[in-house]
Design a protein around this ligand. Structure first.
Ligand code: AMP
Length: 206
C-alpha cells in the first residue's frame, strides 16, 4: 500500500511518518532529502538553498526527477511526505506510482505557527521537539540520541508566511483531485500524535 501524507507545514506529517515507519512503511520526505543535499553542498543543494530558506517551492522538474529515483522498488509500502505539493506533481506521479490513500492533516493556522516557530529537530536522528509543547528533557539535546537539536533554517516567521501562502495557493486542487478518486481522508491534525496514528491505522485497516 502506498500513502501520501498531505498537509501544511507544521501539520504533523513528520511525526506521523515516523510512527508509520515503525509499522513497515518506507517513508520518503522530500524536504529531508533536499535539506541533506543542501548540507552536503551538492550541485543541487547549492542551487536550491536560497529557495528553501525563503520558503519557496523547488521546481517541479527537479522534484519529479528526485522522487522518481526514490520509488523504484515496487515491493515496498511507500509513504510520501511532502510530495506532491501541487497538481502538476500529482499528475506526474500518477504515471509511475500507484497512490492508494491520501491522509490530509488539517490544522488551524495559529496552531501551525506555534508548532513551526517552536520546532527543534535533532541533527542526527531527526526526532522533532517543540519548545512550547514537548521540550527535550535536557536543553538543546535530543532525548533519543543526545545529539544537538537545532532550528530548521526555514522555520522563521518570514519563511513560514511564504510556505503557508504557497500551501494554501496550491493545496486545493490536489485535495480535490484525490477526493474525486475517493482516496483522501481528512484527519484533525491538532489531536495528540498517538490518537492521530490510531485513527490512521483504523482508516487504513492495519
Ligand atoms: P518540508 O520539509 O516538506 O516542509 O519541505 C521543506 C522545503 O523543501 C519546502 O519549503 C520547499 O522549499 C522544498 N520542497 C519539499 N518538497 C517539495 C515539493 N514536493 N515541491 C517543491 N518544493 C519542495
Amino acid at each position: 500500500m502506498n500513502i501520501i501524507l498531505f498537509g501544511p507545514p507544521g501539520s504533523g506529517k513528520g511525526t506521523l511518518s515516523s510512527r508509520l515507519n515503525e509499522v513497515g512503511f518506507f517513508s520518503i520526505s522530500t524536504g529531508d532529502i533536499l535539506r541533506q543535499e543542501v548540507a552536503n553542498k551538492t550541485d543541487l543543494g547549492l542551487k536550491i538553498a536560497d529557495i528553501m530558506n525563503r520558503g519557496d517551492l523547488v521546481s517541479d522538474e527537479i522534484m519529479i526527477n528526485l522522487i522518481a529515483n526514490q520509488i523504484e522498488d515496487k515491493s515496498k509500502n511507500y509513504l510520501l511526505d511532502g510530495f506532491p505539493r501541487n497538481i502538476s506533481q500529482a499528475l506526474e506521479l500518477e504515471k509511475y506510482f500507484n497512490v492508494d490513500k491520501v491522509v490530509n492533516l488539517d490544522v488551524d493556522k495559529d496552531v501551525l505557527f506555534k508548532r513551526i516557530i517552536g520546532r527543534r529537530v535533532c541533527q542526527e536522528c531527526k526526532k522533532n521537539f517543540n519548545i512550547y509543547f514537548y521540550p527535550p528533557t535536557k536543553e538543546n539535546r535530543c532525548d533519543g540520541c543526545s545529539s544537538p537539536i537545532i532550528t530548521r533554517k526555514d522555520d522563521n516567521e518570514a519563511s513560514l508566511s511564504t510556505r503557508l501562502e504557497k500551501y494554501y495557493e496550491k493545496s486545493e486542487k490536489v485535495i480535490e483531485y484525490y477526493q474525486k478518486q475517493n482516496k483522501l481522508f481528512k484527519i484533525d491534525g491538532s489531536k495528540d500524535p498517538k490518537e492521530i496514528f490510531d485513527t490512521v491505522k483504523k482508516k487504513l485497516n492495519f
